[in-house]
Ligand binder design. Structure first.
Ligand code: ADP
Ligand code: MG
Length: 701
């Protein structure tokens, strides 16, 4: 149960003074329904109202605070016309302008003959100055004044800044004193205030902030960092608890021997392993031998040789008497991987089978029976692999390939289904920056395949406007004449697979007019058999130009393909473009990538394509993309399945994230139940950030 000290924070906003149904409805548009949400709504800047000139000295464009005598009201002649009030001092007169006014209110607020202090932005209107809807009005004769500085909050139409400010001020008053969950030494080192003071500071009028470049001791910055750290710690703690829990379930040591059949197979491969492959295999073998469950993420750039790693560790598991399942995102890929692995594993008689949703009736039953009897060593399939009906004799290792599309929650589900799976290896080709990996895969240990097989030349990459497509077609004609193969990737169409397919069909027909039946077509709307057939025809060289949507993005391996043309490249994510580019240059001949864009190209879009043109290093590309666009598109919280961050920004707060990651691991490794000295306070933190799944784990032990 939620600690009592937090009760006031989870009360609805309408328990605050001045927050009636109208304001509450407006707040809801900002996703603010509870007091807590108001606290998390941090001001994005401050307005300075300390400039108090005479009318004569005031400049348009400035936020000014003026003391004025109210002169005359001039209501609009129709409802559409603004209501104007003239007011001035001994140096000049300005107009206060109101659209769609409430007349009685204006008459009460601005009685002619009295003095008022108004504050707002001054504008030029013809040859007059005016202030449209002053943000503050005060009566100096009653001792009222306007604030010198004031925080600015995100606003939604119709919600007056003053109403929001009023609600936030009350919310901050209700924030209780809570005993500290942060490590004392860490807090002292970072000069963080306590939680309650931090909230007061970030929501204050900002008067305490130092001016000039010295932001080192800026109390506002320190307070913000403290709150960001709280959120990151809650997030990392939740992930660490998930990890702890998953490791404890079904963990067992496998009797794998690195120098048995694995070494035999290694010797049979046509090339030596790279140093990185060697190192990663050793890391995995160690995990497999350990009595806890392996939860490891293998990050490896396109072409870094993840499949070989998977195959070799699978061999060791099979030799130890267990089975291995390899899960891939598409049926096409499942069949392709099954083919490759069968060939590679032939040297040691590895029994490989594909199982996808396409296998029905007798064929399917036969595969299921053989799995149950232990007559299949390695099964390759889609998520259908984890259906209840599928039983293994003894599933020792589940490998999930290219699954950057799934998140933490799906991984948890999956492992719950594969109850008897002791070890899980996730392979991703998206080179996620380290910090992002921590937020999205913080529940896993990470291995990096940071070296590519020798002798590969980087793919020659050009950026061209679409109107050069004609020349591109001529170039393809030449290449195809020499027996090379090419992909033509059609644009993404706003997530509508229907029109995406239509665009691909249209381009297919056009290219068919040029190249006849040497053109193939594959897109998401085709039946799985049709997709397979198109890919097989391309792989076998029956077609030499494959028009495709991004279905070829993941893992398709045709070494003879040397060119990839990508239309409307500016609309793709960089990581995705890098993936697509990785489809060529896999054989001995150099690869070419032509990125076609539709002009005019924006500044960021141009920079992004240039990054891709200038480097072939997936990790660098990912970092750059992350920097240029933020994490959202690459692997945002939406895709990672994590609740979105409210206070922290992963790209800005990398140092805090790393610290939170380490702290959380330490805490959970030492005290999985969080019963220790900091335990109860850390539980409060988890409740505060509503990490419900993690809290449930604590309860069920
Ligand atoms: P990934 O899945 O990481 O993108 P793959 O496993 O498909 O990469 O490997 C890419 C290509 O490199 C494949 O054709 C594979 O046979 C080859 N390969 C893998 N490891 C090596 C190695 N150590 N030396 C040479 N070629 C390798
Ligand atoms: Mg692969």
């Amino acid at each position: 149960m939620r600690p009592e000290v937090l009760f006031p924070l989870f009360a609805p906003v309408n328990t605050l003074k001045g927050v009636g149904p109208r304001v509450a409805a407006l707040l809801e548009k900002l996703e603010v329904t509870r007091i807590l949400d108001l606290l998390w709504l941090l001001p994005h800047s401050h307005i300075d109202r300390s400039l108090r000139p005479n009318v004569e000295d005031a400049l348009p464009g400035e936020t000014v605070t003026l003391t004025l005598n109210i002169l005359e009201h001039q209501p609009g002649r129709t409802d559409r016309q603004p209501y104007r009030i003239f007011a001035g001092d001994e140096t000049g007169v300005i107009g206060l302008t109101f659209f769609r006014p409430r007349r009685d209110w204006l008459e009460r607020q601005f009685p002619p003959g009295e003095r008022r202090i108004v504050s707002g932005k001054l504008e030029r209107y013809g040859d007059q100055f005016q202030m449209v809807h002053p943000e503050h009005v005060a009566d100096p004769d009653k001792g009222e004044d306007v604030p010198l500085r004031e925080p600015v909050y995100p606003l939604t139409a119709g919600l007056a800044p003053k109403s929001l400010r009023n609600a936030v001020v009350q919310a901050v008053e209700r924030a209780p004193e809570i005993s500290e969950w942060q490590d004392a030494a860490f807090r002292a080192k970072n000069r963080f205030p306590d939680w309650q003071s931090a909230l007061r500071t970030v929501h204050s009028d900002g008067a305490a902030a130092p001016v000039g470049a010295d932001t080192d001791g800026d109390p506002d910055l320190l307070a913000r960092r403290r709150l960001a750290y709280d959120e990151l710690l809650a997030n990392q703690l939740a992930l660490a608890l998930v990890r702890q829990r998953m490791r404890r379930q079904g963990g067992r040591g496998l009797a794998v021997h690195p120098d048995g059949r694995m070494t035999q197979l290694r010797a049979a491969l046509p090339w030596p392993l790279t140093g990185a492959q060697d190192r990663v295999i050793a890391e995995i073998i160690k995990d497999l031998q350990a009595p806890t469950r392996m939860l490891r993420l293998l990050q490896g750039d396109v072409g870094s040789g993840k499949t070989a790693v998977a195959l070799l560790v699978a061999t060791a598991v099979v030799e130890a008497g267990s089975q291995v399942a390899l899960m891939v995102p598409t049926e096409v890929l499942a069949r392709q991987h099954a083919r490759t692995l069968t060939e590679m594993g032939a040297a040691i008689g590895l029994r490989v089978e594909a199982l996808t949703g396409r296998d029905k009736g007798k064929a399917r039953t036969a595969i299921l029976q053989r799995l149950d009897a232990g007559e299949i060593d390695l099964v390759v399939g889609t998520h259908a692999l984890f259906q209840d009906a599928i039983r293994f004799r003894d599933l020792g290792l589940a490998i999930i390939d290219e699954q950057h599309r799934f998140g933490v929650h799906q991984r948890m589900l999956l492992s719950a289904k594969a109850r008897r799976t002791s070890d899980v290896l996730v392979m991703t080709a998206t080179p996620i920056p380290r910090t992002l990996a921590m937020t999205a895969y913080g529940d896993m240990d990470v291995s990096r395949l940071d070296e590519r097989p020798p002798g590969r030349k980087p793919v020659d990459t050009r950026v061209l406007p679409t109107d050069r497509a004609g020349a591109v077609v001529e170039r393809l004609r030449g290449l195809m004449g020499r027996g090379e193969r090419a992909y033509w990737i059609c644009p993404l169409v706003d997530d509508e697979s229907e029109s995406e397919a239509a665009a691909a069909e249209a381009r297919f027909r056009e290219l068919q007019q040029q190249f006849g039946d040497r053109v193939g077509l594959v897109h998401g709307r085709l039946k799985p058999e049709e997709k397979d057939a198109a890919l097989v025809a391309f792989a076998d060289g029956k077609t030499s130009l494959l028009v495709a949507t991004t279905v070829v993005e993941v893992g398709v391996d045709v070494p003879e393909a040397t060119v990839i043309v990508i239309e409307d490249a500016e609309r793709f994510g960089l990581a995705q473009l890098h993936q697509l580019r990785g489809r060529v240059g896999r054989g001995d001949r150099p690869g070419h990538c032509l990125l076609l864009y539709r002009p005019p190209l924006g500044e960021t879009a141009r920079k992004r394509l240039e990054v891709l043109r200038d480097t072939d290093d997936g990790f660098l590309i990912a970092e750059e993309d992350f920097r240029l666009r933020g994490g959202g598109d690459l692997l945002g919280t939406r895709q990672s399945g994590l609740p979105p961050m409210k206070l922290a920004r992963v790209e800005r707060d990398q140092d805090l994230l790393a610290a939170a990651h380490d702290d959380a691991r330490l805490i959970v490794n030492n005290d999985p139940e969080l019963q220790g000295k900091r335990g109860p306070d850390l539980r409060t933190l988890l409740y505060l950030f509503e990490r419900d799944a993690a809290i449930r784990y604590l309860k069920s032990g």
